[in-house]
Write a protein of this length. Structure first.
Length: 443
């Protein structure tokens, strides 16, 4: 067999096409001192050349106080490379990402980067991007979690152990017949059903908004990254049922007054729901935990839980809610911000202020057995020096096991993440919005 003739000289640059470069996102958020920040995938190609022959590099083109060229790393040798940034300081900067192909031909893209401050427990923290107002969370199994946002009706599925964007989203707003935010604040799961509730309160200006009165259920199929949700019914009468029940009992908690037009929900005698979990051993009776009102039973007030004895029948049903005897808990003058139970009947309560602007107010994590006659026990005070308020606990480990840890999520919507005076909820690019998760040792 004759040998093939080789070219007499080097291949001409004209033999190669112009390289192409694509970024998986044009905007990226990081944090100073973070562990496992989100990354961007850089996809490159050049006709006539193997991907391994292409070189990818990034340079910082604007504010070196945020990130310098040496703070950017690009890993991989194939068509898809992984770009990571180690933030140097808080703020914004642009990065130029350039691919150099054979024949000296190049192409480039701009990556817009933003960095937030370092936080306590940075090594135990991750960032869920695409939304800043995390308000409720439910374990989806396999290391994933479904997270709600109180500024939209979108549910997002995240890898709970990694920073980054959701792997799947659902928006049931149209199917629920709502045009504004439901203000989702509580969620719980029984079997293959997740129940969600709006705050049931007025908006921050004291206006009555019917969409916030929504309770709905989603049916779960699959688990982990393969989780899927489908709408499984809704109910918009729980607020009215609670007010009527309280009136029938002598306005014991002042629900009618706290929910009246013109009354803001986040005041000590307001009307605002934030916790939802089922009672011990029950899949029908749910505990509805209130951020407001606090009861005046002791100095500073007690947190209020109202059992809804037919909660599982409300979404899609034609019945009104029925109620059990209210439960008043001593949380040191704090209110219920989230409530979660495990299969052993052990509860965790995220306790926080009833106030509207409470990022610096105290937060604490309590253990409870769910029994009306017992009081919670404080496990730890939660850090408050960092931006954001603690809003959700994903699940409850066996609290008798040494070294047990729980993962909590913040609502960072009101935080100035990047030092320019812009609240996170108002940022123009979703990729720069984020909430923080942190793992805490409980014993």
């Amino acid at each position: 067999m004759p040998l093939l003739a080789l070219p007499a000289g080097p291949v001409s640059a004209a033999s190669y096409g112009t390289p192409t470069i694509t970024l998986s996102a044009a905007y990226l958020s990081g944090a100073v001192g973070a562990a496992g920040d989100p990354t961007v995938t850089v996809t490159v190609a050049q006709s006539g050349a193997a991907a391994s022959a292409l070189t990818v590099a990034a340079t910082a083109s604007t504010r070196s106080t945020v990130a310098r060229t040496g703070d950017v790393t690009v890993a991989g040798t194939g068509a898809a490379r992984t770009l990571a940034v180690a933030a140097r300081g808080v703020g914004y900067t642009d990065l130029t990402v350039k691919v150099t192909g054979l024949g000296g031909k190049t192409a480039s893209k701009t990556l817009h980067y933003a960095a937030s401050p370092t936080v306590q427990f940075a090594s135990e923290s991750r960032y869920l991007t695409g939304s800043s107002d995390a308000s409720a969370a439910v374990d989806a199994g396999g290391g994933y979690v479904v997270v709600a946002d109180d500024e939209s009706n979108v549910l997002r599925l995240y890898d709970r152990n990694a920073s980054g964007a959701p792997v799947r989203t659902w928006d049931f707003g149209s199917a629920l017949g709502v045009s504004k935010e439901i203000d989702i604040e509580g969620a719980t799961r029984v079997g293959n059903t997740i129940y969600w509730t709006g705050s049931l309160g007025n908006n921050k200006d004291g206006e009555i908004k019917a969409d916030r009165h929504t309770v709905f259920a989603t049916a779960v199929t699959g688990s982990g990254a393969g989780t899927q949700l489908a709408l499984a019914g809704s109910y918009k009468g729980l607020r009215a049922d609670l007010i009527a029940w309280d009136r029938a009992h002598g306005d014991r908690y002042g629900f009618a007054a706290g929910a009246a037009s013109g009354e803001v929900p986040k005041q000590i005698d307001g009307f605002n729901v934030e916790g939802l979990e089922f009672a011990p051993g029950s899949s029908t009776t749910a505990y509805v935990g209130f951020r407001a009102p606090l009861t005046p039973a002791v100095t500073g007030g007690r947190a209020l839980i109202v059992p809804v004895t037919n909660f599982s029948s409300l979404p899609g049903g034609s019945v009104h809610a029925t109620f059990g005897e209210p439960i008043e808990l001593n949380l040191g003058g704090l209110a219920v911000r989230d409530l979660r139970r495990n299969a052993l009947g052990q509860y965790l309560i995220v306790a926080g202020s009833w106030a509207a602007d409470d990022n610096s107010d105290p937060y604490a994590l309590y253990r409870w057995d769910g029994q009306p006659g017992s009081q919670p026990v404080k496990l730890l005070d939660l850090p408050t020096t960092d931006a954001g308020g603690w809003e959700a606990v994903v699940d409850v480990p066996d609290l008798t096991v040494p070294g047990a840890r729980a993962q909590l999520i913040t609502d960072d919507g009101s935080a100035d993440l990047y030092g320019d005076g812009t609240e996170a909820k108002d940022l123009s690019h979703p990729e720069w919005k984020k909430s923080r998760t942190t793992w805490f040792a409980l014993n």
